[in-house]
Design a protein around this ligand. Structure first.
Ligand code: SAM
Length: 262
């Protein structure tokens, strides 16, 4: 395993580290999509089902298929009671194992920067959705500092340690999303920013959450206790703390949506 790649191998740790952020951003994304009930949904890079659960709860879908390369993430998704009727597939966004026009809506929540060839991923979603259907995505604005744990990453980099990153960070830029969707032949393409806030009860709540970061946990585990304590102090100093000790801050994603040509 390459230590500088991100491996999603713990669905429960993901839930605390990213699932909470994902569901908050997912709510605003679904408000924006405003989908009709009774549609056939495809969730590409569904992970542990954090966003899938929101869509099932809110959108009254006719069917839901989720696909992700990580069997550990899918295993967690299968345990969600709300998702008992969903169908899960292990696979890659760049080679979707579905026939043309099988879905009404395809979404890629917090995934496009993990796809080595983002244009191929968008082409595959476009192929799998019927004419007139919806293809949409959102992703943390990585180059713009919108990632929820950017303060942590910046301080780790400052210690001279390589931070594992996704292969296609620029795909999360709003202008790149606009181009990807337009160049895939999608119509009525629109973009927007999504800003969400999260509160951690105290420093320990924040820090134990951070230690569940995919792949990063292993890097932190080999640091000396002194370096780890220094890192913790520096990261916490960057975050806004209330008098109660609670830490509240926001993260920012970019979203895109478009329709398959009729
Ligand atoms: C940040 S998680 C997002 C999970 C979920 N969509 C959510 O909103 O919580 C990124 C997911 O992308 C998946 N992924 C990575 N590379 C992928 C690829 N080439 N095709 C599809 N999914 C991929 C990972 O396994 C992981 O579950």
């Amino acid at each position: 395993m390459n230590p500088n790649h991100i491996h999603f191998n713990d669905g429960a740790a993901y839930e605390r580290y990213m699932g909470v952020w994902s569901q908050r951003a997912g709510e605003l994304f679904l408000d924006w999509l405003a989908p009709a009930p009774g549609q056939r949904w495809l969730d590409v890079g569904c992970g542990n089902g954090a966003f899938t659960e929101r869509l099932v709860t809110r959108c009254d879908p006719a069917s839901v298929h989720g696909i992700d390369p990580s069997e550990q993430q899918l295993a967690y998704a299968r345990t969600r009671p709300a998702l008992h009727a969903a169908q899960w597939h292990q696979g890659d966004a760049m080679a979707l194992p579905f026939p043309d026009a099988m879905f009404d809506v395809a979404v890629m929540p917090l995934v496009i920067f993990f796809v080595p060839d983002p244009a191929k991923g968008v082409a595959e979603m476009t192929r799998a959705v019927r004419p007139g259907g919806l293809v949409a995505a959102y992703a943390w604005d990585m180059p713009g500092g919108g990632f929820p744990y950017e303060a942590l990453n910046a301080e780790i980099r400052a210690l001279g340690i390589a931070v594992p990153g996704p292969p296609s960070p620029d795909a999360s830029r709003i202008d790149v999303l606009q181009s990807l969707w337009t160049e895939a032949g999608l119509e009525a393409v629109q973009t927007r920013e999504i800003v969400v806030r999260r509160t951690f009860e105290d420093v320990e709540d924040f820090w134990t959450t951070v230690l569940g970061a995919p792949s990063l946990g292993a890097k932190l585990a080999v640091m000396t206790p002194a370096d780890l304590a220094l890192l913790k102090t520096r990261v916490i100093a960057r975050l806004p703390r209330e008098a109660t000790g609670r830490i509240t801050y926001s993260a920012r994603a970019n979203a895109v949506k478009g329709r398959v040509a009729r």
